[in-house]
Design a protein around this ligand. Structure first.
Ligand code: NAP
Length: 248
């Protein structure tokens, strides 16, 4: 059964990692996928081609999610190209880790702007469209770190905890219009980014997880699929932990 047949979806930051996984699963479920990237043009164009070959409409857009103006322009362009928006996934994110002692002001500001302000920018930009159609699902990518904190990631944890507060507030504001807003808090997800880490360290992380493995982009994509589809039509303001039992 295709759960998103004919739905138009925007995913920020889908040129690699979790975003690419979401785009693939969504296209397999019949969604038309508009997605953004920051600088990885070649992988973005390759993904656009791959998704189009699955028989859906797909388009890559270079757009900085941290920019209010670029987010507004992106949504206007997607509306022109796709004719509507049903689902927004705020996935774009970065890390600039350091202990507070060594964290510069720019490291804090960049992470807050790209991870948190982007969620405001994109949600504002799609709001009018979703309100008019009295239906929509917004999914924001938080993190286990936003739920529990992490030494060396004060900037990142603050951005991801901020996303949770934003998500719950929007769920309260827009619920009466049948617009749902939920967050996903992934645990340790193995992507190209984590491939660069020391295998011994990664193995020790895996052993500490009750399900004894890191998550995959598909694990997160399947949770997004549920929250984007009508299968979750009575769920809003929720933070879904997808972490192999890490918090248990
Ligand atoms: P990733 O592999 O580093 O990919 C990040 C994506 O965001 C890329 O497509 C990147 O585009 C895009 N991006 C970066 N800055 C952007 C900007 N200013 N505007 C638009 N797009 C931008 O990251 P990931 O591991 O897939 O993580 C995806 C999300 O899940 C992030 O929000 C992250 O915080 C969250 N998360 C990840 C994990 C994990 O273990 N991996 C755990 C918890 C939460 P370019 O390729 O062009 O740079």
């Amino acid at each position: 059964m295709k759960l998103l047949e004919g739905k138009n979806v925007i995913i920020t930051g889908a040129s690699r990692g979790i975003g690419t996984g979401i785009a693939r699963v969504f296209a397999e479920h019949g969604a038309n996928v508009a997605f953004t990237y920051s600088s990885s043009e070649a992988p973005a164009l390759a993904l656009e081609k791959e998704l189009t070959e699955k028989g859906v409409k797909a388009k890559a857009y270079k757009s900085n999610a941290a920019s209010f103006q670029e987010s507004e322009a992106l949504v206007a362009q997607v509306l022109e190209d796709f004719g509507g928006i049903d689902v927004l996934i705020n996935n774009a994110g970065i890390t600039k880790d350091n202990l507070l002692m060594r964290m510069g002001e720019a490291d804090f500001d960049d992470v807050i702007e790209i991870n948190l302000k982007s969620v405001f920018n994109m949600t504002k930009a799609v709001q009018r469209t979703l309100l008019k159609q009295r239906k929509g699902s917004i999914i924001n990518m938080s993190s286990v770190v936003g739920v529990k904190g992490n030494a060396g990631q004060a900037n990142y944890a603050a951005s991801k905890a901020g996303i949770i507060g934003f998500t719950k507030s929007i769920a309260l504001e827009l619920g009466s219009r049948n617009i749902r807003c939920n967050a996903i808090a992934p645990g340790f997800i193995e992507t190209e980014m984590t491939e660069k880490l020391d295998e011994k360290v990664v193995q020790s992380w895996r052993e500490g997880i009750p399900l004894k493995r890191g998550g995959t982009p598909e694990d997160i994509a399947n949770a997004c699929l549920f929250l984007a589809s009508d299968m979750s039509s009575y769920i809003t303001g929720h933070v879904l932990n997808v972490n192999g039992g890490m918090m248990t």
